[in-house]
Design a protein around this ligand. Structure first.
Ligand SMILES: Cc1ncc(COP(=O)(O)O)c(C=O)c1O
Length: 385
């Protein structure tokens, strides 16, 4: 089977790069290849383009061009945000606060800092997957340098109250980093509006090429670079600029921003109908994780009780549907997802999860078929069909 013959339901893991985006990538790679740091007429043109590309990326999220740091994706942006702020933090304001459901890029970097001696607070979430704001208030103090909480979770799609989180961080005198990798495209994101000082995006999640992303960093916030060397990206990320990647990312951001309202309400209806169909077929045998909370329109995280999500995903794959697993339900791993564990799910319930994440191309009939297959496969795997 080729990619076209599968129904791809794993957009939270990656989306196809759009033709318009690849076209500008190619155009820049073959025609605008001059190093903008050089000193000749073509380099001056490249320098002008460099500014314009930052301007375009910034415009989509309401930021100044100098607030955009191009990166290789979500992981690099998250690590630059955390390390960038924490390396400059000095006692007594040198503690880090993150939520218990952050992506591994944030979580493991925080754990690395903890091992090196930084005090890290892990704020719990409630059973619906939303951060416990009372616990956040307790964790933030005059010792907090940075609060890092994601906009929407990559496993459940649960949206966090980012405005309140920013207010709590700022009230304590701390900076607020928001990993908005999953939220962009589905939600309009203006970091200045919701109070983020730093915000991570990844192009591969919204039709850009893999290996592209950005960190928004509020103009007055000085951070330490992670990649050192030349003065590129305002001194925050050394190395000859990937102008093709930037042009592609700018284009993908503009397209994603322009079409948001047209795409996602339809997808949300299809997602909700699929969940209803599965619930109607299996009742108490399934649990939709985070269903009571505000969620992204395309993600559905479902625990199929007393079976392994991986077994179900394999069956669905053979039947032509690509679905995801909760990140730590990955082959070879025995721990349940830290996100579902933080929401209070037992090991057994977490291990029975699959993550379905639709894209704009999903059709109602395909989602119905997927729901019916989930029901039939579950009954078969459990031996109750
Ligand atoms: C919320 C979140 N943050 C960070 C990342 C890492 O992004 P990348 O794979 O672009 O490095 C992901 C990727 O799935 C994500 O979902």
């Amino acid at each position: 089977m080729t990619a076209r013959e599968y129904v791809y339901c794993d957009y939270a893991a990656g989306s196809p790069a759009r033709p318009e985006v690849l076209e500008v990538f190619h155009q820049y790679a073959t025609q605008q290849y001059s190093n903008p740091g050089a000193h000749h007429p073509l380099a001056y043109v490249a320098k002008k383009h460099l500014w314009e590309l930052h301007e375009r990326m910034g415009k989509v999220i309401g930021a100044d061009p100098r607030e955009i740091i191009f990166t290789s994706g979500g992981t690099e942006s998250d690590i630059l945000a955390l390390r960038g702020v924490m390396e400059r933090a000095t006692a007594p304001r040198n503690e880090l606060v993150i939520s218990a459901i952050e992506h591994h890029a944030v979580l493991l970097e925080a754990q690395r800092m903890e091992t090196a001696g930084t005090k890290v607070h892990y704020v719990p979430v409630k059973p619906d997957g939303v951060i416990d704001l009372a616990a956040l208030r307790k964790a933030v103090s005059e010792r907090t340098a940075l609060v890092s909480v994601m906009y929407a979770n990559n496993e459940t799609g649960v949206i966090q109250p980012v405005k309140e989180i920013g207010e709590i961080a700022h009230a304590g005198g701390a900076k607020f980093h928001c990993d908005a990798v999953q939220a962009f495209w589905k939600l309009p994101l203006q970091p200045k509006e919701f109070g983020a000082d730093l915000m991570s995006l990844a192009g591969a999640k919204f039709g850009g090429p893999k290996g592209t992303g950005l960190l928004y960093n509020e103009m007055t916030n000085r951070i330490s670079p992670v990649i050192v060397g030349g003065p590129q990206e305002w001194g925050y990320r050394a190395g000859t600029e990937d102008m093709s990647g930037m042009a592609a990312l700018a284009k993908a951001m503009e397209l994603a921003d322009a079409e948001r309202a047209k795409i996602w309400p339809r997808v949300e209806k299809i997602r909700d109908a699929m969940e209803e169909r599965i619930l109607a077929g299996l009742g108490d045998h399934v649990r939709i994780n985070g269903k009571g909370a505000p969620r992204l329109p395309n993600i559905s995280n479902i625990s199929f009780l007393e079976i392994e999500g991986q077994a179900l995903a394999i069956e669905l794959g053979e039947q032509g549907f690509c679905v995801g697993l909760g990140s730590a339900c990955a082959p070879g791993e025995t721990d349940p997802s830290h996100v579902l564990a933080a929401m209070g799910l037992s090991w057994e319930d977490a291990i029975g999860c699959i993550r379905i994440s639709f894209g704009p191309d999903i059709a109602e009939a395909q989602a119905n078929r997927l729901a019916d297959l989930c029901v039939a496969n579950y009954k078969h795997l459990k031996g109750i069909g």
